[in-house]
Design a binder for this molecule. Structure first.
Ligand code: 25A
Ligand code: L14
Length: 340
């Protein structure tokens, strides 16, 4: 039987994540019948490459989704709120990368290595949510440990690349760095403070409780994806002057004891994980090695000697690939193989 092929749309195709979605569809040879590239009127008419062809970007409207089977969205939360229900109504399944639908109880929030079974729930609203980039890499690394020993509490601090904010932030770090090296005055447009040669303990907006929205996403999304509301999560999310690749310092407390050696052994065969943990060779995860590939690198695995059942680790992953585009395309692959 010939392989089934799908009409696919990418909404927000001109953005940092949208561009990578197109590249992932090509790399992974997704079974595509037709590919529609959508963005705002600012980008309509621009040509983007897919498998050697040039495709013109179209302005996204209510009518864009007729005949589309799967739409990958990464055009910001407001755009997703407005267009995803419309797209679903016209019969396509939306895989949405924004934060708009993630905590909707009728929308599954999926990391294929962790909770692929939950995809079945897409039928209610026609929308599947792609989690936050920092959450995705953390649950890929922690879920095998949770399944084996039960995680009671997670304390995480992130070191997040500017590419998470989109193309304009990549340009800002580049321009500020260039200006500083040339003793010129530094402009800032995207972040409230200079990001070049600096760290900002501030990602997304501040909330009433003093945490940022990014920090609270890590709390709520982790529990939803790992399907356990008893897990305590506390996060500090920090922007660092890195272009691609988020890193995280993670401390966990487990219900049952597990040694650092056994965590290493467990993660060596875990899906989506690559253990990089050999300090005698100075081998540990770094964003420069995480960028451009799809695995979550895990290292610096060691006992937390301050508690009975504690483990520390350091992880890194490509925030635009596994943190956004690759994860969305993996979800689309399961949809295509199992549900459509
Ligand atoms: O609302 P949220 O969820 O908080 O998301 C805010 C932003 O975060 C990024 C994404 O930026 C989003 O806009 N983002 C979201 N989830 C992310 C994740 N998991 C994430 N980043 C990383 N990880 P982005 O730059 O990656 O992508 C923006 C894309 O969305 C398209 N878009 C915007 N409004 C749209 C729309 N598409 C359809 N309809 C709409 N109404 C946007 O296309 C881009 O593809 P564009 O045509 O608007 O922009 C093309 C180029 O123009 C620049 N630009 C953006 N805004 C302006 C602008 N130029 C001038 N003025 C502007 N106001 C961009 O640099 C882009 O290259
Ligand atoms: O997906 O790094 O909720 O500025 C929004 C903030 C993605 C990262 C999301 C950033 C995030 C983004």
């Amino acid at each position: 039987m010939a392989e089934k092929k799908f009409n696919v749309a990418v909404a927000g195709a001109t953005g940092a994540v949208g561009n990578q979605m197109i590249a992932c569809l090509e790399e992974r040879n997704f079974p595509i019948k037709s590919l529609k590239l959508l963005a705002s009127s600012r980008s309509a008419g621009r040509q983007l490459r897919f498998k050697g062809d040039s495709i013109a970007v179209e302005e996204m409207t209510d009518n864009s989704f007729k005949g589309v089977d799967i739409a990958l969205f990464s055009a910001g939360g407001g755009t997703s709120l407005k267009f995803a229900p419309m797209a679903a109504k016209s019969g396509c399944v939306v895989v949405d990368n924004s934060s708009a639908w993630r905590m909707d109880p009728e929308v599954p929030l999926i990391v294929p290595e962790v909770n692929p079974h939950a995809i079945a729930q897409y039928k209610t609203k026609g929308i599947i949510a792609n989690p936050n980039c920092s959450t995705i890499q953390m649950v890929v690394a922690l879920n095998p440990i949770h399944k084996k020993c039960g995680i009671k509490r997670i304390v995480v601090s992130t070191y997040q690349a500017v590419s998470g904010t989109g193309k304009k932030a990549i340009d800002e770090l580049l321009n500020q760095t260039r200006a500083m090296m040339n003793f010129l005055s530094v402009e800032k447009n995207v972040y409230p403070h200079r990001i070049a040669f600096n760290c900002l303990p501030h990602i997304d907006v501040f909330l009433e409780n003093g945490y940022t929205k990014e920090e609270m996403k890590m709390v709520h999304e982790t529990r939803k994806i790992m399907e356990d509301n008893s897990i305590g999560v506390t996060a500090t999310t920090v922007r660092v002057p890195v272009f691609f690749g988020h890193s995280e310092s993670i401390n966990i407390e487990t219900r049952e004891y597990i040694s650092a050696a056994d965590v290493r052994k467990l993660l060596e065969t875990a899906p989506g994980v690559k253990v990089v943990d050999n300090v005698s060779e100075k081998a540990y995860p770094m964003p420069i090695d995480a960028a451009g590939q799809d695995l979550t690198l895990v290292g610096r695995i060691r006992q937390d000697e301050s508690v009975a059942n504690g483990i520390n680790m350091w992880i890194a992953a490509d925030n635009i690939r596994k943190g956004a585009a690759t994860n969305a395309v993996q979800i689309a692959e399961i949809l295509a193989q199992k549900y459509l």
